[in-house]
Design a protein around this ligand. Structure first.
Ligand SMILES: [Zn+2]
Length: 315
């Protein structure tokens, strides 16, 4: 017998969970990640104390093993509006640390929601998560792809070329990145991004590092704080060398990159929409955190990201 929902808030959660459970997918859990249903159940608990509300950014639908599956991409927003902290996670489906750390940090997030404006997108790429696929259309990154990997975190259709006369891509790379980018632009009106943190992981580098995409680039004081939290939580730091995309790393940090990402969109002061240049979200502090996923167990990586969330709650 189905559980009777008590309030309209739990009713929303109940409906979303019912939809998810209908998919009957088997999550790839061999790397220690939680089943996708558990993540949604955890995230939706944020609605219960009444400080957060949920919005469906888009439906992520595909056919998998002969059956249609359909997961909503959820955004949680605090009822408090104003200059906000943005938390993004799970853009690359093979990187489970962020989505799992968020699911394990409900106490911290609930408290955060009482005190300050926050926008949280805990699982940007559900179809990638349960399959351990980096992209919507394929499993892995490759240097010389036969088929371009469709990233949900691509915002090139809004970002300007170097000479600022055009966008870098005439159309959105895919429907999901279009929906996520639009959500950022619309939500920036009532929740202008002040700090943005995007949880990633790198399976090819044995040490962690931080992209600092905001106005101060690698000199941003918060970038040093994240490195310190990594070190305190037994994450080795990549002191030099390069990211997997050839960007130089110095003392665990890499500065502003024109990588076409949703993080670059969050930091952009100008963007182009329908051929017109308009102000961008212009977040001053934008970070992409990369745990080393090659050698370190997920528990250790998760502890580090939980510590980052806890730190963010103190700002
Ligand atoms: Zn990533």
């Amino acid at each position: 017998m189905p559980i009777e929902p008590k309030t309209s808030i739990t009713n929303t959660a109940y409906q979303i969970l019912a939809q998810i459970n209908q998919n009957h997918v088997k999550t790839f859990t061999e790397d220690g990640r939680a089943p996708i249903e558990n993540l949604y159940a955890a995230y939706l608990k944020l609605l219960e104390p009444g400080h957060w509300e949920v919005e469906i950014i888009a439906e992520a639908a595909t056919t998998w093993q002969g059956k249609p599956v359909d997961f909503p991409i959820l955004a949680f927003k605090t009822k408090i509006t104003g200059p906000a902290l943005y938390i993004l996670s799970g853009i690359h489906g093979e990187e489970p640390t962020g989505p799992n750390a968020i699911a394990d940090s409900l106490d911290v997030l609930t408290e955060m929601g009482k005190n300050r404006p926050v926008v949280l997108i805990p699982l940007c790429n559900p179809l990638g998560y349960f399959r351990k696929w980096r992209y919507l259309n394929k499993e892995q990154y490759s240097d010389q792809p036969e088929v371009e990997g469709m990233s949900v975190g691509d915002s090139e259709h809004l970002l300007l070329t170097a000479d600022k006369t055009a966008v870098r891509r005439p159309k959105p790379a895919n429907d999901t990145c279009d929906a996520l980018s639009n959500f950022i632009l619309q939500t920036s009106q009532n929740y202008p991004p002040e700090i943005s943190v995007d949880f990633h992981g790198d399976i090819l580098i044995p040490n962690g590092y931080v992209y600092s995409q905001g106005q101060a680039g690698a000199k941003d004081f918060l970038a040093d704080q994240f490195i310190r939290i990594f070190e305190q939580n037994h994450i080795p730091i990549q002191k030099d060398g390069q990211t997997r995309f050839g960007e130089p790393i110095i003392d665990g940090k890499t500065g502003r990159q024109q990588d076409g990402s949703i993080d670059e969109l969050l930091s952009a002061d100008k963007i182009m929409v329908d051929g017109r240049i308009i102000p961008g979200p212009n977040a001053p502090h934008v970070f992409v955190l990369e745990t080393p996923d090659a050698d370190l167990p997920i528990e250790t990586r998760k502890q580090a990201y939980k510590a980052v969330l806890k730190f963010l709650s103190t700002l």
